[in-house]
Design a protein around this ligand. Structure first.
Ligand SMILES: [Ca+2]
Ligand SMILES: [Ca+2]
Length: 115
């Protein structure tokens, strides 16, 4: 007699236990490095006297020579791109602030180029 090979298809219902692991997403509130806006030190999207004074603060900090500005500092604070964070950068921000507050429509980049 022939052995019946047709195995009764055992429908194995694999009970996939969907484990909803709530991964505690540590939301680090660090601003992405790509979102650096020239001159906007405090990152509030507005260039104003606060940013200018922060640039001056950086200038004071770095002028002692005890600490060198980081790439990020330079990227944001060195608005005229001369490699130094100084009063010139702060005054550019202030001048731009004056420009925008009097209805000026130039972007900061455009403003730096012509002023
Ligand atoms: Ca700002
Ligand atoms: Ca500069």
């Amino acid at each position: 007699m022939c052995f019946d090979t047709s195995i009764a298809s055992t429908t194995t219902t694999v009970q996939s236990t969907i484990v909803t692991t709530t991964t505690a997403s540590t939301t680090t509130t660090t601003v992405p490095a790509t979102k650096k806006v020239l001159g906007d030190i405090d990152g509030n999207g507005i260039l104003d006297a606060v940013d200018a004074s922060k640039i001056l603060g950086s200038y004071a900090k770095y002028s002692t020579g005890s600490k060198a500005p980081t790439e990020d500092d330079l990227a944001v604070c060195d608005v005229n791109k001369d490699g130094y964070i100084d009063a010139v950068d702060a005054s550019k921000v202030l001048a731009f602030y004056a420009h925008t507050s009097t209805g000026g429509k130039l972007t900061f980049e455009e403003f730096i180029k012509i002023k």
